[in-house]
Design a binder for this molecule. Structure first.
Ligand SMILES: [Zn+2]
Length: 438
């Protein structure tokens, strides 16, 4: 068995790994680099696929040239796992396997990039499903928790043993949207024997365990109650558009006190499919993704700010997001003294995000807004969660992914504590590396 580290081994982002057994290759994830894409001008984003690879915006999959790829598996709908599908999937003549919600995200991406014809290659799979990728390869999805619905562990059964791809995940025993991780199946896999675990390591440097999403729900409740003490104030809350569990908590914790409006293109993109799949109940909630609808809504909010809870895009201070525009007074609604802006998110630790969010907050504060930040818990496993998954699966080999060397090495040091040997049973790879598992 060979493992190709293609993207996400020199950075957090642009995930792509391939596993080859007996001349057949399965690709896990095709993500892009959020920072690279966000910092690009429009004409750069229109660059050729080869140029995008050179810029480090999407994985460089040169290493797979001429290989017999029998399946592309996308673990969940975050763009650092599926954002490069429109660019890279085309040349591989195979199906793209993912859960229904992830496929909805991919469909939007394909439409945006004029690749709608690739939709015929999408193959929906639910947790608990197993499909034959070929005579010798079976793919199984196992339910796990993360910060976007329908995230799975992808399990590849091969005649050389089982590969578990766990990128991304958290072990959330109190989720607010879906069920707990499928511990029964995870432990059973461990008993049956796992050859290789490929695991994310985004937060492995943080000790302890990641708190559950129920804690974030509590924090949302607390922040909203504080905000609603200001009866005449506008209350604005922003979070990741794909974080459907968090949005559900926001709707529930509003407790019908105010009219909930969701504004912003990406909210529309992620929330509507979630509601169509029955993942979130939008009764009484209006969602506006287009400029005109947003403008009209902000006019209504300007007339009666105390009647609304405005859920908007822009939690990272992204250019042209609704919060960015609000801070720059581009709508009829203007922030007044004692209006409250809640960030149900954290700042992604990258200079671009830090700078743009800082600017937005400063502008909002200048206009008199009260800022409540960090109403959030992470969707990534911390060190002790990683140890737990490792203990349950007991793989012969483990490869950390989704991080630069520092994170990969930190994961390896945890594995070392569990009896793995660095360079042997735990491997630290870099983009473009190939390693053989015997
Ligand atoms: Zn993710």
């Amino acid at each position: 068995m060979k493992v190709y580290a293609i993207g996400g081994y020199n950075e957090v982002g642009k995930n792509m790994t391939a596993v080859e057994v007996d001349g057949e290759v399965v690709i896990f994830d095709m993500g892009y680099s959020m920072e690279k894409i966000v910092s690009m001008e429009d004409e750069e984003r229109a660059a050729s696929t080869e140029a995008m690879k050179e810029m480090g915006a999407i994985p460089n999959d040169r290493i797979l040239e001429g290989k017999n790829v029998v399946g592309i598996v996308i673990n969940h709908g975050h763009l650092d796992h599926c954002g490069a599908v429109p660019r890279l999937a085309e040349k591989y003549n195979c199906k793209i396997y993912a859960t229904p919600y992830t496929l909805e995200v991919i469909k939007n991406l394909l439409d945006d990039e004029g690749k709608g014809y690739l939709k015929s290659r999408l193959y929906p799979m639910n947790a608990n499903d197993t499909v034959e990728l070929s005579k010798n390869l079976q793919l199984e999805f196992v339910h796990i928790t993360h910060s976007i619905p329908q995230t799975v562990l992808s399990v590849l059964h091969t005649k050389e043993g089982t590969v578990v791809y766990a990128n991304d995940y958290k072990l959330d025993d109190e989720p607010v949207l879906e069920k707990k991780p499928d511990y029964r199946r995870i432990k059973a896999l461990g008993k049956e024997g796992v050859k290789l675990l490929i695991s994310e390591c985004v937060r492995v440097t943080e000790p302890s365990i990641t708190p559950p999403e129920s804690v974030a729900k509590h924090l949302v409740r607390y922040a909203l109650n504080k905000a609603y003490d200001y009866e005449k104030s506008a209350v604005i809350i922003t979070t990741f558009a794909s974080h459907i569990a968090r949005l559900k908590s926001i709707i529930e914790e509003n407790k019908d006190k105010r009219k909930v409006v969701m504004v912003g293109r990406s909210l529309d993109n992620y929330v509507i499919p979630a509601s169509q799949l029955g993942l979130i109940n939008l009764r009484g909630v209006r969602v506006f993704g287009r400029k005109r609808g947003i403008k009209r809504t902000m006019k209504k909010v300007a007339e009666h700010p105390e009647e609304y809870l405005v859920v908007c895009t822009g939690n990272q201070g992204e250019e042209n997001s609704v919060l960015w525009r609000m801070a720059r007074k581009q709508y009829e609604f203007k922030i007044r003294k004692d209006d409250v802006v809640i960030f149900a998110s954290e700042t992604i630790p990258h200079p671009i995000n830090r700078a743009s969010k800082y600017m937005v907050i400063e502008l909002l504060k200048e206009q008199g807004a009260k800022i409540i930040d960090d109403v959030h818990v992470s969707g990534h496993a911390r060190r002790e969660d990683h140890r737990e998954l490792l203990k349950m699966l007991r793989p012969e080999y483990v490869i950390p992914s989704h991080g630069e060397t520092e994170r990969l090495a930190s994961y390896a040091s945890m594995a070392l504590e569990e009896g793995y040997r660095i360079g042997d049973t735990v491997r630290i790879l870099y983009n473009g590396a190939v390693t053989e598992i015997k």
